[in-house]
Design a protein around this ligand. Structure first.
Ligand code: DX5
Ligand code: ZN
Length: 217
């Protein structure tokens, strides 16, 4: 069964506790938490104190997506703030193998995210070491963008690599996920669907999460 990870980026930051509790009582599996530094991506979201605050109320794992340069400098800080899954960008980490080992050493699941232009072939040599691959289906930086169609083919190729490398890594899709592409993504091999705008702009977010969860490949 696939997992649904609503993105807090699209929540109402002035009513964060209310939105976290809404997700607690929904069929959401994880909280997707987007950290942007204004350098790796052209936007700034929120940082450690906000994540700690979310952690105080969340009853589900925090899936923290770091869109920051030199992520290796902050691994322990995000662990202390409450991250369960910690994802760094391949493009932002020079010594990715070391970063992955350090994340696991701290007791978190290690994820690697890839920008739309980054070939999944670059993951081959760490495929067996990671717990999650986050395939960006938009250019990172903003919620509510249009889904990039090349993602389907990319996910199929990634699935082949993971099987060949005997990797148990989950495939997460991040960006522009909605009711209309969920089924096709599951058919390509997606395991975790991040949804920001689709959930929070819906008239009934709990119902939308249920709809995304109910799809079958
Ligand atoms: C984009 C973020 C996404 C974003 C997805 O840079 O990494 O997690 O919140 O939002 P939607 O689902 O609205 O595209
Ligand atoms: Zn994200």
């Amino acid at each position: 069964m696939h997992l649904i990870a609503p993105s807090i980026l699209s929540a109402d930051f002035a009513n964060l506790q209310r939105d976290v509790e809404m997700l607690n009582h929904s069929q959401a599996d994880w909280f997707h938490v987007d950290v942007m530094d204004g350098v790796f991506v052209p936007n700034i979201s929120f940082g450690l104190p906000v994540i700690s605050a979310i952690k105080r109320h969340a009853t589900k794992p925090l899936d923290v997506h770091l869109m920051i340069v030199e992520p290796e400098r902050y691994l322990k800080a995000f662990k202390d703030a409450g991250a369960n899954v910690l994802t760094v960008h391949l493009e932002a980490s020079t010594h990715l193998h070391r970063t992955i080992a350090a994340i696991k050493e701290l007791g978190m699941k290690a994820g690697v995210a890839l920008n739309p232009h980054t070939s999944i072939d670059l993951l081959i040599d760490v495929a067996a070491d990671i717990d999650l691959v986050c395939v960006m289906s938009v250019n990172p930086g903003f919620g509510g963008q249009k889904f990039i169609e090349n993602t389907y083919d990319k996910v199929r190729r990634l699935k082949t690599i993971l099987i060949a490398k005997n990797s148990k890594a989950l495939i997460e899709i991040d960006g522009g996920v909605s009711e209309s592409n969920t089924q096709a993504l599951l058919e390509c091999g997606a395991d975790v669907l991040v949804a920001g705008n689709a959930v929070f702009a819906a008239a009934n977010p709990v119902e939308m999460i249920m709809k995304l969860k109910d799809k079958t490949p």
